[in-house]
Design a protein around this ligand. Structure first.
Ligand code: FMN
Length: 369
């Protein structure tokens, strides 16, 4: 499965994987794909450096990348405390009441809430970049819009390709104008922040909009047949996020959450603002239902919602409160029915791809039969 982009990066399969777990990113790179480590949860630069050291030791000199969440609009001089102060008491009370209704215990005294999503703040993301450029990353991806021009220039100075996620052809054109090298066309089915256009429609639109820039198809891909479809639509590779969550290398810290993912069907996700304030696809739970209920106060805009719910999400995860327990995940969760290693997933993807190519060749009358 070779494309111009996979040849440029020196990888065997044009399979890119976003993951918050270094062990998954490294395993994908070792399996011949391209692991991209999500940096959003690293608020301390030293923690990121520790995990990138580990990546270096476990990738056999093969290429990998980093994904940051840098908003396109710059907010100068605003601290986390300033943002906290903007959260209305009504919303804090709603969080308390929803947790109390389900008997969610408090964290122990002094126990840090482990999941503060502050990596979206530009100053935090810039701290991550200061660390990242000391490592031989080959690709820097950005989730929220095009990264600022100085970041694009800095990446290019280091010989690092810049990728950006796009949910529409218009977004993709902005990225092209901003000097981005690779556009990830991420459809509505995807886990995490998504737009409203399904991959089947989005991929060819983005390919056409930014040609000749390489495009990766993302959203709803979990089989080799789906990879073949993405490549047939003009993509130079695929970008998968959800499928890695139930691999043996993933570290979700919750057996109950893994069990929920394995049991979920493709209709068990919802695109909700409950987690960050921007629409993000995730498992549908009583937590998302509460935020999406018109009788409640509704989610706050990003970045307020992420800060408001950070501690609650940690408590729900720590105590595995089943009705509220969730995670970002895409509709492909319906296929994630067994725990496998990253290598096994890649083997199955490449086998399925070959089967799909044979099938199309037969249909086109190109086989020996
Ligand atoms: C748990 C999870 C967290 C995600 N967080 C991010 C993120 O921090 N940055 C980002 O660029 N994309 C993020 N995404 C989106 C992925 O990069 C990818 O585009 C998406 O998962 C592809 O669709 P799929 O879920 O159908 O494979 C996340 C996805 C998941 C499932």
């Amino acid at each position: 499965m070779k494309t111009e982009l996979s040849r440029t990066l020196g990888i065997e399969h044009a399979i890119f994987g976003f993951t918050p777990f270094p062990a998954v990113a490294a395993a994908l790179t070792r399996a011949g794909g391209f692991g991209v480590l999500g940096a959003v949860r690293y608020t301390a630069p030293d923690d990121l450096a520790r995990d990138l050291d580990w990546m270096q030791e476990h990738t056999d000199g093969l290429p990998y990348g980093l994904d940051v969440v840098m908003p396109a609009k710059k907010v100068e001089g605003v601290s986390e405390a300033d943002v906290e102060a903007m959260i209305p008491e009504e919303h804090r009370a709603f969080v308390r009441a929803t947790l109390a209704k389900h008997g969610v215990p408090e964290l122990a005294e002094g126990e840090a809430s482990g999941w503060r999503i502050t990596g979206w703040m530009e100053q935090v993301a810039r701290g991550q970049l200061d660390v990242a450029f000391d490592y031989p990353i080959k690709l820097l991806a950005n989730a929220l819009g095009s990264p600022p021009p100085d970041v694009v220039a800095r990446a290019h100075d280091h010989g690092v390709l810049v990728a950006a996620l796009a949910g529409s052809a218009r977004h993709a054109r902005h990225h092209a104008e901003a000097g981005i090298d690779v556009v990830v066309a991420q459809g509505y089915e995807a886990g995490g922040h998504t737009g409203e256009i399904a991959s089947m429609v989005l991929t060819p639109e983005v390919v056409e909009a930014v040609s000749p820039l390489p495009v990766l198809a993302a959203g709803g891909i979990g089989s080799g047949e789906q990879i073949a479809a993405g490549l047939a639509l003009g993509a130079q590779g695929v970008w998968l996020g959800s499928i890695w969550l139930t691999t043996t290398e993933a570290d979700l810290h919750s057996r109950a959450l893994t069990a929920k993912l394995l049991a979920a069907g493709s209709g068990d996700t919802v695109r909700s603002r409950a987690l960050t304030g921007k629409p993000a696809r995730q498992l549908r739970t009583e937590w998302t239902d509460a935020w999406d209920d018109p009788a409640g106060p509704g989610p706050l805009p990003m970045p307020l919602q992420g800060l408001l719910v950070a501690e609650a999400v940690s408590r729900i995860q720590k105590y595995e409160v089943d009705p509220l327990l969730g995670t970002p995940v895409g509709q492909i969760v319906g296929r994630m029915n067994s725990e496998r290693s990253v290598q096994q997933v890649v083997d199955e993807l490449t086998r399925g791809f070959e089967k799909a190519v044979d099938r199309i060749n037969r249909i086109a009358g190109r086989s020996a039969e």
